[in-house]
Design a protein around this ligand. Structure first.
Ligand code: PHB
Length: 397
């Protein structure tokens, strides 16, 4: 080895020693004291905007609390899950094993959530679900370290059937993407609609995230039901609304849905969305000081209008900040942390909510109507609705 090479090697060793904490223990300790928070969200594809609004919401809530968690600085990590279920486990492992996150915040798509759930149950990492409504996550596969701040897929649609029948709409066609979110939304719709006296004349579906609606819209026109009810979300929902109107159905067959249909898409859908009726745990026009203040701050900070996804992200940030405050940043004190997370009341823009025993929000579901690019509140369709948590074997659930 030449002298020069030796010098370089030695200096590399010095740098290595420094970064390993041998020479600068103070700096390294400060870094390792940070809480490692990982986002696993869709940043591409039909749910991309949902991922962005969730992340913005989380950051806004934590910034409002001083930008720290229980007094500790935060180190952020990010993975684009592409709403691709086949990569769910691998993407979650990247955050847990490679990045060694203390908290995994994700995701939007129910199929991808099942991958996160497996990794969360195996590793014990704290998992906060800011959207995906997969029943199993807070039912049969519930876990002490998994908390949902959003909904179960059947929660909004359990409030959908009765107002439809009350309006005299007694024969409906159901249409959705065929995967867990659509199928479980259908469960809630079927239960509430048939109980109220309605009849489902046909169930229609197409694979996620397909948006070739034409043949199905032609079939709806020939079935000529009293109403159509559906689950769609994100970019695909905007296209469904536009195609429904373009097919001439808008003024003939009223369109109803799980409220995601009209979240974050009203600019893109324009007048085609007017009159759509939905049920959801949030509404833009909730006229409370809390919601008004939130909407103003979000729009000012991100130059984007908040929607239900932003609210769910915001509530995830609040829950995490409040839980970490309760344990003074000691995220390793799992028993105390989980107890604190279970016992929080979240002062959300949607209205105050608490956790069910299976770790899912107990919340009001609003009936809404689209008017001039706004989800206007018509009333409360279900008060303090809790998911059944069926099959959750966790102690206390
Ligand atoms: C889901 O896959 O669970 C899902 C996705 C988007 C939504 C709601 C639920 O808006």
């Amino acid at each position: 080895m030449t002298t020069r090479r030796l010098v370089l090697t030695r200096s590399a060793a010095v740098v290595g020693a420094a970064s390993a904490g041998l020479l600068l223990p103070g700096i390294v300790r400060a870094q390792s004291n940070r809480v490692r928070v990982g986002f696993m969200l869709p940043y591409t594809g039909t749910y991309a905007q949902l991922g962005v609004n969730i992340e913005n919401g989380v950051r806004m809530a934590i910034n409002e609390k001083g930008g720290k968690l229980g007094g500790r600085e935060i180190e952020w990590f990010k993975v684009d899950d592409e709403s691709e279920p086949s990569k769910g486990v691998e993407n979650a492992q990247r955050l847990v094993q490679r990045d060694k996150v203390d908290v995994l915040i994700g995701t939007v798509h129910s199929g991808v959530q099942m991958g996160i759930q497996r990794v969360a149950r195996e590793s014990g990492v704290l998992s906060l679900i800011p959207n995906a409504g997969a029943h199993a996550a807070t039912r049969g596969l519930c876990a002490p370290n998994v908390f949902r701040t959003s909904f179960t897929n059947s929660q909004p649609t359990l409030a959908l059937g009765k107002p439809m029948v009350d309006k005299g709409l007694k024969k409906a066609v159901w249409i959705t993407w065929k995967y867990a979110a659509g199928d479980e939304a259908f469960e809630g719709f079927k239960q509430s609609y048939t109980k109220a006296g309605g009849t489902i004349v046909k169930e229609l579906g197409l694979p996620f995230p397909n948006v070739e609606f034409q043949a199905l819209l032609t079939e709806i026109a020939s079935l000529n039901p009293d109403a159509v009810a559906c689950f769609f979300a994100g970019g695909g929902a905007a296209k469904f609304i536009r195609d429904y109107a373009a097919a001439g159905l808008k003024d003939k067959i009223p369109l109803w849905g799980s409220g995601f249909l009209t979240e974050g898409v009203l600019d893109a859908a324009g007048a085609a969305a007017d009159g759509i009726m939905t049920t959801m745990h949030y509404a833009d026009s909730l006229d409370t000081p809390r919601n008004n203040q939130f909407r103003k701050a979000f729009a000012t900070t991100f130059k984007l209008q908040p929607d239900v996804y932003a609210v769910q992200g915001y509530d995830t940030g609040l829950l995490l900040a409040q839980g970490m405050e309760a344990v003074k940043g000691d995220i390793g004190n799992k028993q105390a942390l989980y107890k604190a997370l279970e016992n929080q009341t979240i002062d959300s823009p949607r209205g105050k909510w608490t956790m069910s025993k299976a770790h899912n929000p107990i919340q009001d579901i609003y009936l809404r109507r689209v008017e001039n690019k706004d989800n206007k509140v018509i009333g409360i369709a279900a008060k303090a609705l809790a998911d059944s948590g069926a099959g959750c074997k966790m102690a206390g659930a």
